[in-house]
Structure formats: C-alpha cells, structure tokens
Design a protein around this ligand. Sequence first.
Ligand code: NCD
Length: 320
Amino acid sequence: MTFRAEHLLGIEHLSPADITTLLDLADQYAEHNRQGRAHRDVLEGLTQINMFFENSTRTQASFEIAGKRLGADVMNMAMQASSVKKGETLIDTALTLNAMRPDLLVVRHPHSGAVDLLAQKVNCAVLNAGDGRHEHPTQALLDALTIRRHHDRLHRLSIAICGDIAHSRVARSNILLLGKMENRVRLVGPPTLMPSGVQDFGVEVFHDMKEGLKDVDVVMMLRLQKERMDGGFIPSEREYFHRYGLDAEKLACAKDDAIVMHPGPMNRGVEIDGTIADDINRSVIQEQVEMGVAVRMAAMDLLARNLRARRGAKAAGVMV
Ligand code: NCD
C-alpha cells in the first residue's frame, strides 16, 4: 500500500499509485455499502469534525454518513452560528478546535488555500471538502471511481468537462486527476468561462459543444457558479442553454456509450436538460452521489491508518 499522506488537501499532491489505492479501497466500500455491511471498528474512538464555511448539501451529508458508517464520533460545526460571525479568524477557530483534540477535520472554505493553511496549524488529519476555486479532491476521486466502474478503466479515455470551468474547483481537481491517469481532457465552454493560463493545462479547449463532445467517452457538466461571478460572464441563461446546455442533440455527438456526469447542485434548463439528467441509460449523477460516500470512507480510513501509525511511532519515540 502506497498511500502515506497526512492530509487530503488536493489531487495535486497525489501520485497515480495513491489515486489507485484510494479508488480500489473505495470500490470495496461501495460494494460493502450495497450489501449493508458494517465497518464500525475502522474509525472507532476517533472524532471527526465537519467545518463548512460555505453551503453544502451532498458533500457535508456524505462526509457525515461516511464517518458514521466507519464508527467515528461525528460533529458538524454550525459555522454560520459560530464565533466566525463575531470576527474570529480562521486560524483562531482552528486552534480552538484543535485544543479539543479531533482526529479528522473536514473543511470547506470560500477562499482558495484556506484549508492548506489550516492544516499547518492543527495536529490531526485534514480533508479538503472544497476551497474557493482551488481544489475539491474527494469530488474528483468520486468522479474517477464512477468513470472507472462504467468504462472498466481510468486511462486513455476522452473526457469533456463543460461549462463554467473558470470558477470551478471540481474542474481543477478533475483536470489534475484525469491528466495524471493519462486521459485526454477537453474543456468546452465560452471563452469568458475559461480560466486564465488554460493553454498550460495540457488539455484541448473548445468553444463549440458539438465539436467538443465529438466521440468523447464522458461528458461532465458543471454548474454556472454565479456566486463566484462578479459581472456579466454570459449574455443570458436562455442563450447559454441554447449554446452550451447539454441536450439530446449535442449529446448525440459523443460516443454511444458515453456517460453524463454532474457534481450537483444542478440547474436544470441552464447547463443541462432535465430529461438528460434523468435518463438512467446515460446519466450517472445518482451513482456519483453513491460513490461519494464510498470515496470519503476510503479517504478517512487511509488517513486514520497513517495518523495512528504516526501517533504510535511518536509514543514509541521513533521518528517517521
Ligand atoms: C460542487 C462544489 O461545491 O464545488 N458541488 C459539490 O461539491 N457537489 C460544485 C458546485 O457547487 O457547483
């Protein structure tokens, strides 16, 4: 087993072998979850704190379920109601929590880099649940697991990531992961929604959906992240749907067995047609949610093993 990391802060820090280790374990958890098998001893005696400084439905619920299935004591901090509102800094909040001796800290924050900074101040395992437009590693891992289960491999696939790339941490983590595993990544969207420096990402860029989707194995749609936009990036939602929204006609350009993905939350009629999202023959959106629990179980399991090993070594006076 290769995974030696102390934290899961981003895909950037993972090797292809780390990614495979995580996905193999997540695959086992996915099967066990379907059979209703219990694994409550894995995180038994450990405390997991979820700190979400930004709204979340599926990611927070998924981390909570994952921790509980593995037997952790899980606490959700209500950050809207916390001392952050009274002006406490992120670092002071972190140090306060650290003094309560958590073992796993799951953090979502609106600022890119905030989770890395926090990880330097605490002595437990930190998992990044999304920081600004920087990274969302567990989302990229659950997407990878979903793709691998459908196409029986995670290399030499052609994958189109479509829509609001510029504001998306999901896109960033996916570009890194899919690139490391030697896939061909295409970014499809209007020029205004492409990130700066895109020419150095090792991807192909398309501004026309039908060209961008031609013969791809995977179509990954992204939400228009209006909360991160401070101006007019698109003429209108109607116009956007017409040019970039995924409908049957555009999807017909992809391979016949191409799968349709979306990290959620979806805006039906803006980036995706509702009938495509609900088409059980093409859309794997619900399976992505299911794999989310399995991937988070695997990530917390592996980090907890490393945490216990480090603590054990420290107690024995050995350097690791
Ligand atoms: C994404 C996020 O928060 O980055 N959602 C998620 O975690 N499932 C994408 C989004 O908000 O559009």
